[in-house]
Structures are given as structure tokens and as C-alpha cells.
Ligand binder design. Structure first.
Ligand code: RIB
Length: 273
């Protein structure tokens, strides 16, 4: 089938542009699209299903050539109606789970969660907490499952996926007897820094903390944050590259790529005395 190059535009849907994870991701996407003479049209969904559907429909009215979807609020039904039935090229990643009908790029969330737990184990921590959203998306749940292969019993502390969420979670943490906290992303960890400090607690003396993502700020906070690094920029680049291949060759087989993660040890984790 011949694809008419309509607009040389790709629509990108992310859940929260204020989180540096997503700005770095989009920077990676945009770099590749720019190089190939495509324009990036960025839509921030705020986890708002109505906003997402509005964006999806508006992008299709504007004749974009393809879609990159990192936001889970987009239902599979909306994808079916707006994209699949019309054979529009799209790719999903991160918070949006692949359903087997599109290309997808993942990072190894299971190993990431497991690495965080192994680090706590080496540091002799016995009682640990995981801070995550109650209605966590699948990628985040997979981190927890990986973590629980080492610590089957964890204190689950629910918080919104943001700095504010982390700050608020601190009061629940101090009521437990944990000595180590796995924050399911870096923003949550930074929120914990402030919330724990408000309660007179010190990192890593009172609590060891591990984040997830390795956004730039990890190096600029005190203590520098130990975290699980995702290759965020490359994730964006690879996603954009795969989508452009799909735009050029709509009939090729679906591809799924999984990128590795790694533990970056800094100063927010310490041996339990
Ligand atoms: O910081 C945003 C988090 O949500 C990241 O861990 C990313 O993987 C996304 O799912």
C-alpha cells in the first residue's frame, strides 16, 4: 500500500511533560524526527482520558503521519477506532502497554526492580518499602514484581507519581519500621528527600533510598541519588526510528525491542548499621 506523506508530522503523547523523564524522552524522539525532516507535535495528556482522546482525534484530523504513545490513559478501544482500523502507523512505549498489534519499545523493568532489591540486600536491609502509585501502569508493576523476587514482603506505600506524592508519602514511611525505600521513580525519591527532612530524618543514616530513571537532577541533590538508570534519550531515539521505519514500510512484521537498565550507585544508600 502506498503511504501518502501528508504532513511530515509525528504526534507524540506523553502523560506528564513536567517530569524530566518525559522531556528527555521527547528530546530523543525529536532529534531523530528533525534529522529525517519530520516535525514533532507534542501532546501532554495529564492522565486525562478525555484529553487523550481529543488529542488523538485532532492529530488524525491534521493528518499526522504517525503516533508515538507513552501514555496509558489512551484506551485500546480509542487506539482501535482511531488508529488501527485506519491503518495509521503508531508505536507504544513506557506507560502504554503493547497489545501485540503494534511496534513497541520497552526497558527491562523486571531486572530494574530486582537490581534495586539486590542492592538493599547487599547493604543488609531487612525491612523495606516500595513507594508507587496505587493504580500503577504495567511497566511500574513489573518493577515491583522484580523487586519482590528478592523481598517477597514489602511495605507498599501508595503515592501519586510526582515530587508532591513523594513528599506526602514520608509521613506514612516514618510510621513503619523500614530502613530502606525503593521509590518507583526519581521524582518520588526527591519528594521523599523533602518529606523526610521535614520530619527530621536523614538519608542515608535513617533511610536508604533508591530511585528509578536517572534523570539529571539525581547528581544535583544531596546526597546524590542512587537509582536505576533507564537509557531515556536512546529510548526516545529508538522509538522514533522504529516508527519512521513503519511509516516507510507499513506491512513489515511488528517489532518489539527491550533496552537494558543499570544500577547507578551514589550516596543515598548505605549499609545498615
Ligand atoms: O518518571 C516517570 C516514570 O514513569 C518513569 O519511571 C517512566 O518509566 C514512566 O513509566
Amino acid at each position: 500500500r502506498m503511504i501518502m506523506k501528508k504532513s511530515k508530522t509525528i504526534g507524540v503523547l506523553v502523560p506528564d511533560i513536567t517530569n524530566p523523564f518525559f522531556s528527555t524522552l521527547v528530546r530523543g524522539i525529536e532529534g531523530i524526527l528533525y534529522r529525517e525532516n519530520f516535525v514533532t507535535m507534542l501532546c501532554n495528556a495529564d492522565l486525562d482520558t478525555k484529553k487523550e482522546i481529543d488529542y488523538l482525534e485532532e492529530l488524525s484530523r491534521r493528518g499526522v503521519d504517525g503516533y508515538i504513545i507513552a501514555s496509558s490513559a489512551i484506551s485500546n478501544q480509542a487506539i482501535n477506532e482511531t488508529l488501527r482500523k485506519k491503518n495509521f502507523p503508531y508505536i507504544v512505549l513506557d506507560q502504554k502497554k503493547a497489545e501485540g498489534f503494534s511496534d513497541a519499545v520497552l526497558t527491562d523493568d523486571f531486572s530494574g526492580g530486582k537490581m534495586a532489591a539486590e542492592h538493599f540486600k547487599q547493604l543488609n536491609h531487612k525491612k523495606v518499602a516500595v513507594v508507587l502509585p496505587k493504580d500503577a501502569t504495567e511497566n511500574i508493576q513489573t518493577r515491583l514484581i522484580g523487586f519482590q523476587t528478592i523481598y517477597p514482603e514489602v511495605e507498599l506505600i501508595y503515592a501519586e507519581l510526582s515530587k508532591t506524592g513523594g513528599r506526602q508519602a514520608a509521613s506514612a514511611i516514618v510510621k513503619t519500621d523500614v530502613t530502606a525505600i525503593f521509590a518507583i521513580n526519581d521524582e518520588l525519591a526527591f519528594g521523599l528527600y523533602l518529606g523526610l527532612a521535614d520530619m527530621g530524618k536523614k538519608i542515608p543514616q535513617d533511610y536508604s533510598v533508591i530511585g528509578y530513571d536517572n534523570i539529571d537532577m539525581c547528581e544535583y541533590v544531596t546526597p546524590q541519588l542512587t537509582t536505576i538508570a533507564q537509557p531515556i534519550y536512546e529510548l526516545g531515539q529508538i522509538t522514533a526510528g522504529l516508527l519512521l521505519e513503519r511509516v516507510a514500510q507499513p506491512e513489515k512484521d511488528w517489532e518489539e525491542k527491550t533496552l537494558p537498565v543499570q544500577l547507578i550507585q551514589r550516596f543515598s544508600t548505605a549499609h545498615l548499621k
